[in-house]
Structures are given as structure tokens and as C-alpha cells.
Design a protein around this ligand. Structure first.
Ligand code: AMP
Length: 223
């Protein structure tokens, strides 16, 4: 049975970093819809260029586009054994669509992990976050001026500027937080304290996911 994980949490909660670690450790694809869109913009794909204006303002891209992207990505063979979803779903409608995709494909239980970080800490983290201008990798606080993976220059993500960050946190509270209520009632929903050092969050996450997987497997839940 595959390990299907959704990472929930506000912008800056550490979803991307933790999804990377987990994906590497479990040899599963990390599917980040933000990364897919940013790559699409670099490749000048029409669908991503349309999304760019919304991304630059910190708004959500429309559900139809996002569901189509995820449906296509989950249909690739490397997602058969499981996946780590980062940044999707972000609305209750996206979550419903994901349930349908999973049911159609018989992909087994979803484990939903909410990474919880207080708002003041989120703003602080987003203001200092840097990514690689070449490969898009998240840089750690001590990584200096260039990317440890490819040597590219580290830059601030355009949507991490202060005004856009505030908009993204507002969007999160309005559109994405209701998702927590959507998933909370499931036996495979878990919350993890994200206000700790990244390696401690990673440790808690792994323990939590393994424990939730036993529940999900027993219940044989389609969702
Ligand atoms: P992220 O890298 O996950 O913070 O995503 C960056 C931006 O991409 C977001 O602020 C949205 O504009 C867009 N985006 C990424 N994932 C989604 C999604 N599931 N639904 C709508 N918009 C998204």
C-alpha cells in the first residue's frame, strides 16, 4: 500500500522543507504545486504564465487549473507507490477533487499532516527566506550567497515581499484553514508542532506518519 501524504500548514510553516526530507527518506516523489507553477513560468508554459499574475499578488490560482495539474502529475508512474503533496490542496473544492482522483485511481489512504506554527514566527521566517534563482531549492539560514546544490545565486522569492506575505497569510486564513476542518474528522489527520528546529519537526513527522499509516491501513479508508 502506497504512502500518500498531504502537508498542510501556512506559508512559511516549513511544508516544502519537510516534504523534501520525507520524500528523500521514503523515495517518493514530492509534488509541490508552487514548484510546478514556478517551473512552468521558467519554461514559458501558457497555463503558468496566466497563473503568474495571481502568484505575484499572493492570490490563489483557480481550482480548475490546479486540479488539472495535480491529476496529470498523480497519473505518472512514479506516483503509484505514493507521494508527498506540498501546497495542494489549498481549498475545500481542491480537497474534494483530490478525494475523487484518489478514489478513481485506488491510491489508498491519505495521511494529512498539519504543520502548526504561530503567525508571528511565520512572518519572521518568510521575510528571511531565500531560494535558489537557478534550481528553486529552499536555502537554509546559514547557506550564504549561493545554492549548496547547484551554486546558483540565492534570491528572495518575489511573493515573499512584506505586502505579498501579508496577503498570502490572509488567503491562507480565509481559503486554506477551512481545509483543516475538512480533514480533522478523519482518523488519519495529525497535527505536528512546526515551531521547532527542522530536524525535530522531521523526526516528529516521521513518527506521526508511521503511526497514522497503521490506522489508515487498518481502516482501509479510501480517504
Ligand atoms: P507555494 O510555493 O506553495 O507557496 O505557492 C506559491 C503560489 O502558487 C501561491 O501563492 C499560489 O499563487 C500558487 N499556488 C500553488 N499551489 C496552489 C494551489 N494548490 N491552489 C492555488 N494556488 C496555488
Amino acid at each position: 500500500m502506497g504512502l500518500n501524504v498531504i502537508m498542510l500548514g501556512a506559508p512559511g510553516a516549513g511544508k516544502g522543507t519537510q516534504a523534501d526530507v520525507l520524500a528523500r527518506r521514503r523515495s517518493l516523489p514530492k509534488i509541490s504545486t508552487g514548484d510546478i507553477l514556478r517551473q512552468g513560468i521558467k519554461d514559458e508554459l501558457p497555463v503558468a504564465l496566466v497563473a503568474k499574475a495571481k502568484m505575484d499578488r499572493g492570490e490563489l490560482v483557480d481550482d480548475e487549473t490546479m486540479v488539472a495539474i495535480v491529476r496529470e502529475r498523480l497519473g505518472r508512474p512514479d506516483a503509484d507507490a505514493g507521494f508527498i503533496l506540498d501546497g495542494f490542496p489549498r481549498t475545500v473544492d481542491q480537497a474534494r477533487a483530490l478525494d475523487r482522483i484518489i478514489d478513481d485511481r485506488g491510491k489508498g489512504p491519505l495521511i494529512v499532516v498539519d504543520i502548526v506554527v504561530p503567525e508571528g514566527e511565520l512572518v519572521r521566517r518568510l521575510a528571511s527566506r531565500r531560494i535558489c534563482s537557478q534550481c528553486g531549492e529552499n536555502a537554509g539560514p546559514t547557506d550564504g550567497q549561493s545554492c549548496l546544490r547547484c551554486g546558483g545565486a540565492l534570491i528572495q522569492r518575489p511573493d515573499d515581499s512584506e505586502s505579498v506575505v501579508l496577503e498570502r497569510l490572509g488567503v491562507y486564513a480565509r481559503s486554506t484553514k477551512p481545509l483543516v476542518d475538512y480533514y480533522r474528522v478523519r482518523p488519519t489527520f495529525r497535527a505536528v508542532n512546526g515551531a521547532q528546529a527542522p530536524d525535530l519537526v522531521a523526526r516528529d513527522l516521521e513518527t506521526t506518519i508511521d503511526e497514522a499509516a497503521t490506522v489508515g491501513g487498518r481502516a482501509g479508508m479510501g480517504a
